[in-house]
Design a protein around this ligand. Structure first.
Ligand SMILES: NC(=O)c1ccc[n+]([C@@H]2O[C@H](COP(=O)([O-])OP(=O)(O)OC[C@H]3O[C@@H](n4cnc5c(N)ncnc54)[C@H](OP(=O)(O)O)[C@@H]3O)[C@@H](O)[C@H]2O)c1
Length: 333
């Protein structure tokens, strides 16, 4: 089976590429910048030039491809990219995949998407989900939770650098996952006919409030966090102000995301309590793990992920310090 991975330079995409190569798949990546993607070539990937905003570049990338794994999404710092990448780009890609008679199309969406329909990215993702479902393509859609990898920039680094962490005055629970585990689910899907034409809810095994994530980072860093609380009302006003200006729309979308997720705290808590009372939601989550034959022991825990991060970081700091001492010694001698 030959794979085309889109978004191979991204947080999730690179894990999928790495695991696909380890499993012996022939991997091609559609990339828009060869220099940036050079590390993928070094891993043994075939790089082809493509850009979702340039429809003519897509069909040549699909020649000889059996399955597409699309882990691409707009970069928040690229103006207008939500429309050109997540909307128009995906429509071009679906059409090209249909014409190329692709045997499996894997797409990544977002959880709670129905409740997030006022925010552009989830709204667009929802419509794209529908386009894929109504196409003739054999598909698997994963609705994902937040990634562990994003928590480093959000919590660990500000704590280490004594910078403030902005949290709201309400608590939200998220069952984060490591992208390595998501990549594992994704590649197993290719071997499981049961996952064809399925929309799969993928959650981690434990729900975390931001205060719990902060506490964990504080313990591992041996430092206290400077937590700044923003009242939800201030978030609402700021969202509206940023939304008024075109340049601020990315910021506005992100703030709105936080707000809607906060407003949804109750339903998340209800969902959590359903998990504890063995109502259908639990069956859904358990079913996913059962179908994929992935045990809870196989899943990377957030505590272990952070521990490894902090150990690696401390080792690096020690090495840098050692190099500095060596340099100074050489200068003296
Ligand atoms: N991050 C989360 O917590 C989260 C949560 C739920 C769902 N998801 C979904 O999971 C998927 C992966 O997310 P991620 O955070 O790993 O993404 P990411 O790190 O932001 O990476 C985005 C990827 O898309 C590529 N890309 C952007 N514009 C492109 C274009 N015009 N043509 C071709 N490729 C383009 C980027 O390439 P360059 O390197 O060239 O920019 C990069 O490889 C996305 O579908 C995302 O919506 C993410």
């Amino acid at each position: 089976m030959s794979l085309l991975i889109i978004g191979g330079t991204g947080t999730l995409g690179r894990q999928i590429v790495l695991q696909a190569l380890t499993k012996g798949y022939k991997v091609r990546c559609l990339v828009r910048n060869f220099r940036k993607a050079n590390f993928l070539k070094e891993w043994g990937v075939e790089l082809v030039y493509g850009d979702l905003t340039k429809p003519e570049t897509i069909p040549p990338c699909l020649k000889g491809i059996t399955a597409i794994i699309d882990a691409s999404t707009s970069r928040p710092d690229e103006l207008d990219s939500l429309k050109s990448v997540d909307w128009e780009g995906k429509l071009y890609l679906i059409e090209a995949a249909k014409r190329a008679k692709i045997e499996r199309f894997i797409f990544f969406s977002i959880q709670n998407i129905e409740q997030l329909s006022k925010i552009p990215l989830p709204k667009v993702k929802y419509i794209i989900e529908q386009k894929i479902i109504n196409s003739t393509l054999p598909y698997t859609i994963f609705r994902l939770t937040g990634f562990y990898q994003n928590l480093i920039g959000q919590y660990a680094i500000p704590i280490l650098e004594n910078l403030p962490i902005w949290v709201t005055d309400e608590n939200m629970y998220i069952a984060y996952m490591d992208t390595q585990d998501i990549a594992n689910f994704c590649l197993r899907a290719l071997q499981l006919p049961k996952t064809i034409n399925q929309l799969i809810l993928l959650d981690g095994l434990k729900f975390w409030a931001s205060s719990e994530v902060i506490k964990l980072c504080e313990q591992l860093a041996g430092q206290s966090a400077q937590v700044q609380r923003i009242p939800s009302i201030l978030l609402t006003i700021t969202t509206k102000i940023f939304g008024f200006f075109e340049w601020g729309q990315n910021i506005s979308d992100r703030l709105a995301f936080t707000q809607i997720m906060l407003n949804d705290t109750n339903s998340i808590q209800k969902f959590q309590s359903k998990l504890n009372t063995k109502e259908p939601s639990e069956i859904l989550t358990n079913e996913t793990y059962e179908i994929f034959k992935i045990e809870s022991a196989d899943i990377i825990q957030l505590e272990d992920y952070f521990l490894e991060y902090f150990i690696r970081l401390l080792k690096r700091l020690r090495d840098i310090n050692f190099e500095d001492v060596q340099k100074q010694r050489n200068l003296i001698l």
